[in-house]
Design a protein around this ligand. Sequence first.
Ligand code: SF4
Ligand code: SF4
Length: 382
Amino acid sequence: MGLADVEKWLHQCARCSSCKYLYKNYNPSCPSGERFWFETFWASGRVWIANAIRNGELKWSESIRKAIYACPLCGNCAVQCQQEVSDHLLDIMEALREEAVKVGCGPLEEHRIFAEWIQKEHNPYRESHNDRLSWLEEKKFPEEAEIYYFVGCTSSYRQKQIAKATYSLLKKINANFTVNPEEWCCTSPLLRTGQTELVESIAKHNIEIAKKMKAKKIIFSCAGCYRTFKEDYPKILKQDLGIEVLHVTEYLSNLLKDGAITITKEFPHTVTYHDPCHLGRHVGVYEAPRELLKAVPGLSFTELMRNRENAWCCGAGGGVKSGFKDWAVDIAKERVKEAEKTNAEYLVSSCPFCWRNLEDAIKTIHSGLKMVDIVEILNDII
Ligand code: SF4
Ligand code: SF4
């Protein structure tokens, strides 16, 4: 996608500033604007940059590069904007990045390095592809199954406890599932930073192996991988995938509703829940994680002040965790402080990348909150 594909929306920003605050609530919505406090760092500014670049009124520069990459693509602006352009804000911001890469003004150096590693070792973490399933004790797993658990690079190489908990939980509930060592990066890091050259061939590979496994469902513990398969792959491959795509919380809450699983052990703690942007705002999955948490005996659930579509981003997405390391954690610090106000003992999420950045913030401010993924809780009590 380039600016030509979003051209008709580039004139639609009314500069009303609704995107900067939660609708009728007036708490801040945009981590980027709040940090840099200059028009070009809010969604509206980026729409106007895109318009001016397209018209030839603005030349690419280092300051433009910073403005377009200093955004976790959280999508909060798109929820708050009440104009027609709202549905296209993320597309415009991604198109701007893709255009920047085309003309050599993007991405940031850290993004270029992870793209090289995705090409070489199929992950952005500078790890060996052969170690992708090193978290798994079992060395033999079925080559075919009804469900393919797509682990994702962050759980495979960094937050391995989430991969282990998901695998263990699926075993406990007797799911007909398997994993695949030939899984490649889902391409979310490439798509979000405008580096789209390799995306189609990688998407084809990931879908081909799922079909070879005769999978009817692909399930994800990573919100970023899930969003990429669910929203991006059908557009990139120009076809319905022919396989059901579910976040693990959707899969489990369906089982819970059908009475196929029950939660009997107690988790006698107070928890609050952080909605990952890629699961909530980007795809609309808000209730499944809440249904699961509320079904846990003894668990006391309390909402964050900014929740569901109004959730404050964790700060890790859109290439911000790699490109603006300290700022990414600052965004998460604000979320952790908001969670502390609920008096919860546990901050729960359902994405390894949110887990990672929120945990970094918890450590930085020496918060007493405990970070946990929803599958880690469920694996302990099912
Ligand atoms: S992006 Fe939407 S909310 Fe923001 S200034 Fe433009 S029209 Fe208004
Ligand atoms: S995607 Fe998030 S950080 Fe980026 S402009 Fe919109 S609200 Fe701000």
